[in-house]
Design a protein. Structure first.
Length: 191
């Protein structure tokens, strides 16, 4: 009985070890995005919020948060980043940031890098008609908003899309060119 118990434990440990090795090699290959500033579903800080005198919740500094990601799958030539608030404008949504043409060898953006023109980014048109990051600021009495940060790996050359495209334009242009997508959520709420 003791020999059987020892064999079962040994078999269980070997199975767990094999599973951990398989999981860690899958995790190393998995396309993923994260931010050193907040965890997935974590809260943005005030400086990441927008600035708009007509909205009491827009008292931020429009400083873009840092991002990092693992390399896209084989054949990736550029990335697209979209910061989208599906709850904004009473459910019609707000594009806070649209960036594309990010070369495949770039796997991070520093804090503030998207708040001004950057050599790594082609700016798309956000809802406020600018081509740089515009920080979130939910309307008064609208509760917490969830900001979806999507990263799309494409097989398009970094200079394939012209500057100033809208979110809808970019979605049409990358149709059939996506290699992988990953996303995370940030939250922001005011009283």
């Amino acid at each position: 009985m003791e020999l059987m118990s020892h064999r079962l434990r040994r078999h269980a440990l070997m199975s767990i070890a094999a599973s951990m090795i398989a999981t860690s090699s899958f995790a190393a290959e998995r396309f993923a995005i994260s931010s050193p500033a907040f965890p997935d579903n974590g809260a943005l800080v005030k400086k990441n919020g927008g600035v708009n005198a007509s909205n009491p919740n827009c008292r931020g500094s429009n400083v873009s948060f840092p991002l990092k990601w693992t390399r896209g799958p084989e054949g990736t030539k550029s990335y697209v980043i979209i910061l989208w608030d599906p709850e904004g404008r009473m459910g019609t949504g707000v594009t806070h940031w649209l960036a594309y043409g990010i070369p495949a060898d770039v796997t991070s953006l520093k804090e503030g890098e998207a708040s001004a023109p950057s050599p790594h980014i082609i700016g798309g048109m956000n809802t406020n008609n600018t081509t740089i990051y515009y920080g979130p600021c939910p309307g008064p009495n609208t509760g917490a908003h969830h900001y979806v940060i999507s990263l799309i790996a494409t097989d398009l050359e970094p200079n394939a899309l012209k500057p100033g495209l809208t979110r809808d334009d970019v979605m049409k242009e990358i149709q059939g060119h996506g290699k992988a997508v990953t996303a995370m959520v940030a939250r922001m709420a005011y009283q």
